[in-house]
Design a protein around this ligand. Sequence first.
Ligand code: NDP
Ligand code: NDP
Length: 348
Amino acid sequence: MIFKKCDSFYFTFLPLEINRNTLNSYSNQREMQNKITSLFKIKYPIVQGGMIWCSGWELASAVSNAGGLGIIGSGSMYPHILDEHITKCKQATDKPFAVNLPMLYPSIEEHIETIIKHRVPIVFTSAGNPKTYTARLKEHGITVVHVIASSKFAKKAADAGVDAIVAEGFEAGGHNGREETTTLCLIPKIAQEVQIPIIAAGGIGTGKAMLAAMNLGADGVQMGSRFVACEESSAHINFKNRVIQSVEGDTKLTLKDLTPVRLMKNEFYNKIEQSYVEQKDANYRAELLGRGRAKKGMFEGDLVEGELEIGQVASLFDTILPAAEIIKQVIQEFEEAKALQNSERFTF
Ligand code: NDP
Ligand code: NDP
């Protein structure tokens, strides 16, 4: 076996005559050491996206127990609910986990106090200026990661002193960048611009995509949509089933004049589109959106009128699996794809 140290990853080139059993034993035993696994003290450089209504303590602890980094999505939680979820997460895992803190959140100060009180080791901030809270969180020994969708904001996050960034491309579900840069274009650009570790997100749900992202310069990956349709996700079963039945073209980036969001097409989406055709203004769309649409769709299972945030990658999956099985499959596929890089497929 040949080991080659690469900037972002220790690539392990496996013999060509490798078989599935050998790969199984590699993926079960081998620790993947790189900047991201060292930073978070985890086994695999796989992060579960912190998603509103879908990622409570049950999902976060299952991912962390399986060797990835689980994240509690605090954007949909009132402060006492977050407190409860952190407490339950700590009881369910002794591994590191994180909390995602969307800065648009109305009770953010209370969330920060709760995070500090519980000594949560890692916080992923998003949808706001990374300068606002990074220093304060780091004073408490918390590792801070910020989510961005362009190289301009990647530089701002690095200047603000964050420990790593999540670079999220156009394919991603939920809130999305205005520039519409795809993951394929975003990661290499950001790798040129910043020195801190990069976690690629958007369109990643398989081991092949993980390897591709790391070849482009990422040090780890974040997967959201893959974990929505997962046994431990708190998404409504209607939404999980809709996700695994989805086909190409089912999602769309919309509401760019409010906050751009990728969601699944349904009656609610059709009403938004119609409002653009009728040249209604942004206020009309804000009213149409109203309050609690995401809860209605993703948590209560209203597939017609709810807001169903999901990424393009959803069309690749057709089964609801436990989180540990998803991670096992992704790592196995990653190893297989990595072995293939050295095979006849690329000898030209
Ligand atoms: P509970 O159902 O007892 O939930 C604990 C508390 O969370 C309750 O106060 C409950 O409110 C509230 N709650 C439940 N779901 C949500 C939600 N999606 N968003 C905001 N608040 C919520 O038991 P568990 O803690 O075992 O949770 C059950 C499932 O729901 C788990 O899979 C968990 O991960 C998930 N969950 C997800 C949350 C999120 O993503 N925001 C939050 C809470 C739970 P109520 O009194 O209205 O039932
Ligand atoms: P809305 O304004 O439509 O509704 C607020 C929802 O959040 C309600 O369902 C409410 O639950 C729940 N909620 C939890 N805590 C609070 C609180 N302290 N005050 C008011 N409402 C609260 O917002 P969205 O559902 O669209 O988004 C909710 C949050 O998630 C926002 O902070 C937003 O920035 C964030 N978000 C982040 C995304 C991302 O980072 N990718 C994607 C989408 C949203 P209830 O109905 O039980 O009152």
